[in-house]
Design a protein around this ligand. Sequence first.
Ligand code: PGA
Length: 212
Amino acid sequence: MKNLIVANWKCNPKTAKEAERLFRKIPFKKEVIICPPALYFHLGKKVVLGSQNCFLESGAYTGEVSPKMLKSLKIKYVILGHSERRTYFKETDELIKEKVKACLNEKLKVILCVGEKKGEKMINVLKKQLSSFKKGVFAVAYEPIWAIGTGQACDPEKAEKALSLIKKETGSRVLYGGSVNSKNFKDYLKVGFDGVLVGGASLKIEEFKKMI
Ligand code: PGA
């Protein structure tokens, strides 16, 4: 199994022109999944695309996109449960569970994010977040919230504990995310992660190309 790189652009870059420029510079690889804002999907013609989020179904749900819509655009991958969705958009484990189910029904490949806040006990948080996802997700990304966008990546040995727990609970691929860059990403592969979920560093093309 080859290692995966999932790029989470979040709500970036600021203009379609910049997005186009970035897409153009990314070398195509099957294992490199780019998750841009949905408005930019059509610009990513030569990359494997993923969605940063997805709702349950089509219908009267202003502002949302559905699993069927993603499928119809041949977008196979979808990130669910990112901590920014949980924090800023108040997504609960219950809603995320429903979203996972809806996406699996459409045969989308779900990348489920889990991780603890500073001061929380990792094992307890992960067990709770994973309790209803025993099977079917394509990958689980361990993203300790305190490591996201802070430049303070989690110590690989510590992350390895989360990795074994997630593997034991779900049997799926496990990615590491949280301040991953071209210097530290290999440390996570060395301890057994199946790839990385990259935020900030995926927008810096030279940095990102080094990882690819
Ligand atoms: P970061 O973000 O690489 O900028 O820390 C990772 C993420 O939120 O998925």
